[in-house]
Design a protein around this ligand. Structure first.
Ligand SMILES: Cc1cc2nc3c(=O)[nH]c(=O)nc-3n(C[C@H](O)[C@H](O)[C@H](O)COP(=O)(O)OP(=O)(O)OC[C@H]3O[C@@H](n4cnc5c(N)ncnc54)[C@H](O)[C@@H]3O)c2cc1C
Length: 405
């Protein structure tokens, strides 16, 4: 297979779709994958269910230094295009909450198996255990050094993803190939990732999960906030609200800014509602210890932390008054947790940054610097929110690259 017309590096989401689309246009395609299996990230995505996309595609849900590029890629390439593509390979989709789309089987493996079947049916040569270690371009030919020897092609799509989740194939290699060929890179940070804290108290709360909200402050200035699960862990904090806030925290931590979360453990109650609730529970004759009294409304592992942060000195229920309750409420709705780091690329679902999209044509995904070189997927400086947006970008950029080529 030494002279294929098109080689695609990476049999992940973008590479598989690019391979199918270009093979449908009559091209001979080889898909090189370093792992022993294709689509490893797809297989584990959405807890094995694969949140394949989202019905509500808006540019707001995507991030990168060049919003105009994102807008142009997505223009005319909304969810319908993804639905049609998967319909064409025989995969029906169903809607979950917030516009999230899943395969009807609720099995990520059906996504990979149907993609693989269609690629092979079209004659795409899929070569696993085939890491690409070097690329050189001379005149009209790309020469690739791979674990299966030298391979040459006239057109090359790099769909090798980002460094996120190296245990599943995440790698920097695409960045390196692109920069050797003259492309510049936007710095890459882990995103949709858990956050670490050096504060000792979090360990004592390991396993506690609350439907809460988190506000992020850096250098004591408010940055952003998210509602959702907060899960305390032995290293810090996770949960959906934390994953959603992590993009902002990650870049700031990388720039050595001080990051702190302010956690609202009862976001469905206003301060007044909480005050009324707690006041109504006071029995002024009761000797009940304050810790036990608070167990009536919250997880007991959190109580010593609330008492400490609120500086509440009260020992028993009968000593409680509006002022002391006010202190407790402040801490329940503003529990402070300093953040020291993220769980890194190993814990991350995606990476921010990547190939500078000013150097890529948003219609075709072709490099503006190197003719016949294309990029697709997370390797580009585009990342999305949780909810199927990252796959959306991988599919549509793969389709665009495969179509143009
Ligand atoms: C745990 C987890 C859960 C996720 N869940 C969701 C979800 O539910 N919904 C969603 O939208 N997004 C989800 N994501 C994000 C989504 O998986 C990625 O955004 C998407 O896979 C990116 O597609 P890609 O094709 O650009 O890269 P990838 O899917 O990472 O594919 C790149 C491929 O290139 C291969 N490769 C890299 N370097 C080389 C090389 N030098 N030679 C040969 N092969 C190479 C890699 O092994 C890999 O298979 C999740 C990610 C993770 C880690």
């Amino acid at each position: 297979m030494n002279n294929k017309t098109i080689i695609i590096i990476g049999a992940g989401a973008a590479g598989l779709v690019a391979a199918i689309t270009s093979a449908r246009n009559g091209h001979k395609v080889a898909l090189l994958e370093q792992n022993s299996k294709i689509g490893k990230k797809i297989l584990v995505s959405g807890n094995g269910k694969c949140n394949i996309g989202n019905k509500n595609i808006t540019t707001r849900r995507f991030h990168g230094q060049n919003p105009a590029f994102i807008e142009e890629v997505l223009s005319g390439y909304g969810f319908k295009v993804v639905e049609e593509f998967f319909g064409s390979i025989g995969l029906e989709l169903i809607e979950g909450s917030d516009g999230k789309m899943f395969p009807m089987s609720m099995q990520a493996s059906s996504v990979v198996e149907l993609l693989e079947y269609e690629a092979k049916r079209l004659g795409v040569e899929i070569i696993c255990d085939c890491i690409v270690t070097d690329i050189e371009k001379t005149k009209d030919t790309f020469t690739l050094e791979t674990a299966h020897g030298i391979k040459k092609c006239q057109k090359l799509i790099i769909a090798s993803g980002s460094p996120a989740a190296p245990q599943l194939g995440g790698s920097n290699s695409g960045y390196e190939f692109a920069s050797v060929m003259g492309h510049s890179l936007v710095p890459s940070y882990p995103s949709l990732v858990q956050l670490c804290s050096d504060e000792k108290w979090v360990k004592s709360c390991t396993g506690v999960k609350v439907a809460g909200a988190a506000k992020l402050y850096t250098n004591n200035e408010y940055v952003t906030e998210q509602k959702g699960d907060l899960l305390f862990t032995d290293y810090g904090i996770s949960g959906l609200a934390i994953l959603d806030i992590s993009r902002e925290a990650s870049s700031r931590l990388a720039n050595f800014e001080y990051c702190e979360l302010s956690l609202d453990l009862m976001p469905t109650f206003t301060k007044e509602q909480l005050m009324n609730l707690l006041l109504s529970r006071i029995n002024s004759a009761s000797e009940k210890p304050i810790e036990l009294w608070l167990q009536g409304v919250m997880n007991k592992k959190l109580i010593p932390i609330i008492l400490e942060q609120s500086k509440c000195k009260i020992k028993t229920e009968k000593e409680l008054n509006r002022k002391e309750i006010g202190k407790l409420i402040y801490s329940i709705k503003n529990l402070k947790l300093s953040i020291s780091d993220t769980k890194g690329f190993r814990g991350a679902e995606v990476a921010t940054g990547g190939i500078n999209t000013n150097e890529v044509n948003p219609q075709t995904m072709e490099s503006k610097l190197v003719p016949n070189l294309y990029f697709a997927g997370e390797i580009l400086d585009v990342d999305g929110d949780r909810g199927g947006f990252n796959f959306h970008f991988a599919w549509v950029s793969g389709i665009r690259a495969g179509k143009d080529i």
